[in-house]
Design a protein around this ligand. Structure first.
Ligand code: NAD
Ligand code: ZN
Ligand code: ZN
Length: 389
């Protein structure tokens, strides 16, 4: 079958790979209808997560049709239209029983790398390097889905593939940031990053009853989407003193909840960016943390900061003093999709959540290398490139 393969740093090509087969009784094989790029893939493409091998198939967000079913699968049959959580979880371990699905003890069949790096291994993910299990990704005609009763969800008839696709990852991730960040009715919430993840976090905060939701980025097309579709206020950090403005808009206190949806390739105007870029390239720090620093600085005393952006290793100039003295709660996580997808599909069916507008570009899988180039360069207003294998 055809698949998009990683061929080296910033090199992608569509090639032929073997068809997937059922390996365990809980697997299904899905024929991919739609699969979409994610900011997380850019970290792989750029070589910032150095556990890719030549030929690995990318992609972790997809919707499709079940075409083969393992002997133990109860909830799915051939012909079901399903959306699948990007993180793979067993549904039975200690962490799954607490709905912390991305921390599953059995989702990653290759835990040694992350155990060494972080002390313990989180779960596995489709198409996300050998550190996350080395599972073939969804930018392909077919994909094997392990633990299908736990991670694959039947899409209601009223929800199109175009809409359901985003439940796979960005809508679940955004919802998790607002939920575990503790957004309550009446809160002021600030979101760094107006990519699909930041926009979905902003929409979740609005739906959870936040009083004001403010999204921060430098791309006006992304900010205007956040205004129009998420119902958020916006700030362009190249034209505004963000910390001052956030304070103004939160009764002088600072936002109650700050959600960081930028990640390890953050941009910062001025000399700090050069400093972080050079240190990252010399491997003196693995990640560029400017949005995390800004969120911690802006957050109100006693408030909460949720890190959705992906980080791999170490940073310096981490404002531990602000965290400690301002009494902040800082959390982060890979997304617990299995916890949110059924609820998100219900909201999609009711029209409360309509993320299909994020798919600014749709193209056949053959054009995926060009799609990634546009997504990476943010060319032609690209927010997400969707591929139809
Ligand atoms: N936690 C999870 O499970 C999970 C899931 C999906 C994606 N992610 C991560 O979330 C992050 C965002 O994903 P995305 O798909 O929206 O990415 P994206 O690349 O489409 O968007 C990132 C946005 O951040 C903006 N940005 C850069 N520097 C900034 C700064 N200093 N302040 C404010 N905005 C800044 C960029 O202009 C861009 O619009 C990535 O790191 C991705 O890996 C995490
Ligand atoms: Zn993703
Ligand atoms: Zn588990």
């Amino acid at each position: 079958m055809k698949a998009l393969q990683w061929q080296g740093v910033n090199k992608l090509a569509v090639g032929e790979v073997p068809d997937p087969e059922i390996r365990n009784a809980g697997d299904v094989i899905v024929k991919v209808n739609r699969t979409v790029t994610c900011g997380s893939d850019l970290h792989l493409l750029g070589g910032y997560i150095p556990f890719m091998e030549k030929g690995d198939v990318l992609g972790h967000e997809f919707v499709g049709e079940v075409v083969e079913v393992g002997a133990d699968v109860q909830r799915h049959r051939r012909g079901d239209r399903v959306v699948v959580s990007s993180f793979i979880a067993c549904g039975k371990c200690y962490f799954c029983s607490q709905q912390l699905f991305s921390l599953c003890d059995n989702g990653n069949t290759n835990p040694a790398i992350t155990e060494t790096l972080w002390g313990q291994a989180p779960g596995g993910c489709f198409g996300y390097s050998h550190a996350m299990g080395g599972n073939p990704g969804s930018h392909a005609e077919y994909i094997r889905v392990p633990f299908a009763d736990v991670g694959a969800f039947t899409v209601p008839d009223e929800v199109t593939d175009e809409r359901a696709l985003f439940a796979s990852d960005s809508a679940s991730t955004g919802w998790m940031g607002a939920d575990l960040g503790g957004v309550k009715p009446g809160d002021v919430v600030a979101v760094w990053g107006a990519g699909a993840v930041g926009q979905m976090a902003a929409r979740a905060a609005v739906l959870l009853g936040a009083d004001r939701v403010i999204v921060i980025d430098r791309y006006d097309n992304r900010l205007s989407q956040a205004g129009k579709h998420a119902g958020a206020e916006t700030l362009n950090y190249e034209r505004t003193d963000v910390a001052l403005e956030l304070r103004e808009r939160s009764g002088g206190r600072g936002p109650d909840v700050c959600i960081e949806a930028v990640g390890m390739e953050a941009h910062t105007p001025g000399p700090q960016n050069v400093y972080d870029q050079v240190k990252q390239q010399l491997r003196l720090q693995t990640d560029r943390p400017s949005a995390v620093r800004d969120a911690i600085h802006a957050c109100r005393k006693g408030g909460s900061v949720f890190v959705l952006g992906v980080y791999a290793g170490f940073i310096d100039k981490f404002p531990l003093g602000a965290l400690m003295n301002k009494g902040l709660t800082v959390r982060g996580a890979q997304m617990h999709g299995q916890r949110y997808i059924p609820m998100l599909l219900q909201r999609m069916a009711k029209g409360e959540l309509t993320p299909e507008y994020l798919a600014t570009h749709t193209m056949p899988l053959d054009e995926a290398p060009e799609g990634y180039r546009m997504f990476k360069e943010k060319e032609d207003g690209c927010v997400r490139a969707v591929f139809t294998p």
